[in-house]
Design a protein around this ligand. Structure first.
Ligand code: ADP
Length: 502
């Protein structure tokens, strides 16, 4: 039956509300709730990091201790259990517990990350088998879980529990591929199949590229916007994997992310000094004054305030911002508030700018959900000039809070922001094409000019706030992909061109 409910297991390294470093966690937090709303039996698996408060989230135990094959031995995992409540019902969340791998301060950037995520994946497959909950489809996200499609086509191929399980693999950011050495194949138990090397990607000949494996082995591959799905087929955006992606383009899709409209709602957001909606915008001005106070900037209702919430990385266009920030501040009456962490050189640059333009720019160099919501609400414009952007959530959240995005036309930014045309009155933001600092500067100036036409700006805000960026539509598209994966599951033996490691 084509409309029968599916059993769907999402596997990911992070998930809201338990652990978040970026958009991935927002997606894995919100998509299951939307799938649940549509009547499916969806569960999520993630590692139980040390920072997750077991009491606060009422984390219980599903399986006390069971062996997980790793390398030439086995190690013990416990399967923990929590729930995320949603309007459609509770979403069960399995957490893989192992003190050695996960009792650390952070989530990533450890030397043994390959081992940590292989263990997580293997413990999940072994754990749900013991629980006896058999998924129709496993939905894997990013390199941390890319070994799963590889296993389903190799060492689990003849396992009766998984013979009918299909796999969808979502690329959230092709730039983070998880590249390791041969030893990882032994740890994952797939060394007999060797490296996967494509004739057009010699760089893959002697490394283990988890992302590449996910792309090669999954039944369906998707990324998080239609534009990015097309972009990554080209060398400019393909990060070296475009030949592999072109081979599989008949199974490659783009599904735009949504945002969690319960968490990101200016009418109910508990972090705001005053709540507001499209019917009553008065609260937004209060939020602006509150933000200016908190940022140590002069309070003004009328000065245009540009917000930035971002990882401080080249991907996000900080090299462009860097080139124009001085003339921008010197020549224009505006304020900028930045929230972000990342590259040291950008931290230093911001400190320097703050010292020189204390009335115009303020930076919070931290990761903080409360400040982020205050910036979405308190800013008039939201700047996101990314070099590439698989989907981007921040611009959608900004729209919902009536902060008008200024973006580069790439990936999900191109799919969500339409350049404002004053002659027709159409559009919901300001965008530019060339990755070039003058093009960025011109887009900001256009936004500043239009800001002074109060009616125009009000129309822009209302249009932005009333657009639907919820997960409902995208969740339906994922269901289609899950069914397609189930219907088109095929064997995927390692190809002759693929090398055996020595
Ligand atoms: P990416 O996943 O590439 O970092 P996205 O735009 O897809 O970018 O998602 C970023 C998410 O992380 C948004 O929800 C944004 O509000 C949030 N975020 C980014 N930086 C911070 C920060 N310093 N503090 C709080 N939230 C942040």
């Amino acid at each position: 039956m084509t409309d029968s409910p599916l059993r769907i297991l999402l596997m990911a390294a992070e998930m809201v509300p338990f652990a978040k470093t970026g958009g991935l966690a927002d997606v894995t937090g919100a998509l299951p709730k939307a799938l649940k709303m549509q009547g499916h039996d969806v569960r999520v698996a993630m590692p139980r990091y040390g920072r997750i408060d077991r009491e606060r989230f009422q984390v219980g135990e599903a399986l006390a201790s069971y062996p997980v094959p790793m390398d030439d031995h086995s190690e013990d995992a416990a399967l923990l259990h929590a729930v995320v409540t949603s309007a459609g019902g509770d979403v069960p969340v399995y957490m893989i517990d192992n003190a050695h791998y996960y009792d650390r301060d952070g989530i990533y950037m450890y030397e043994d990350d390959a081992d940590r995520f292989i263990f997580f994946c293997r413990a999940t497959l072994e754990g749900i088998k013991r629980v006896g909950w058999q998924p129709d489809v496993i939905h894997c996200h990013d390199w941390h879980t890319a070994i799963v499609p590889n296993w389903l086509k190799t060492i689990y191929k003849d396992d009766p529990f998984y013979t009918n399980t299909a796999c969808v693999y979502t690329i959230h950011n092709l730039a983070y591929q998880g590249v390791f050495g041969y030893r990882v194949l032994e740890i994952a138990g797939v060394d007999e199949f060797g490296f996967i090397a494509h004739p057009d990607t010699p760089a893959l000949n002697d490394v283990v590229d988890f992302m590449g494996r996910g792309i090669y082995y999954a039944d369906i591959i998707n990324t998080v916007s239609e534009t990015y799905a097309n972009e990554i087929l080209m060398p400019e955006f393909g990060e070296g994997l475009d030949p592999l992606l072109r081979d599989r383009r008949d199974r490659l899709y783009g599904v735009l992310n949504g945002i969690d409209t319960e968490i990101n709602n200016p009418a109910t957001d508990q972090f705001l000094v005053k709540r507001y909606d499209a019917g009553n915008l008065a609260g937004k001005v209060e939020c602006k004054l509150d933000l200016q106070r908190e940022a140590g900037l002069p309070q003004s209702r009328t000065i245009p305030l540009i917000g930035i919430i971002s990882r401080l990385a080249d991907q996000k266009g900080f090299d462009l911002i860097d080139q124009i920030i001085e003339p921008l501040l010197r020549n224009n009456d505006l304020q900028i508030v930045i929230l972000g962490t990342g590259d040291q050189r950008y931290h230093e640059r911001l400190t320097n700018m703050r010292a020189r333009f204390p009335k115009q720019i303020a930076a919070f160099r931290t990761f903080n959900a409360q400040i982020s919501q205050k910036i979405y609400a308190g800013s008039d414009m939201f700047l996101m000039p990314s070099r590439f952007e698989p989907s981007g959530l921040s611009q959608m959240i900004a729209l919902r809070y009536g902060s008008i995005p200024i973006v580069r036309e790439t990936g999900g930014l191109a799919d969500t922001v339409r350049n404002f045309d004053p002659t027709t009155g159409e559009g919901n933001g300001f965008s530019f094409q060339l990755y070039d600092s003058m093009a960025l500067y011109a887009a900001i100036i256009r936004a500043l000019e239009n800001y002074h036409y109060r009616n125009t700006w009000q129309q822009l805000m209302l249009r932005a706030m009333s657009a639907d960026h919820s997960w409902a539509t995208s969740a339906r598209r994922y269901i289609e992909l899950y069914r397609r994966a189930i219907a088109t599951r095929t064997e995927r033996p390692p190809r002759e061109t693929y090398n055996k490691g020595e």
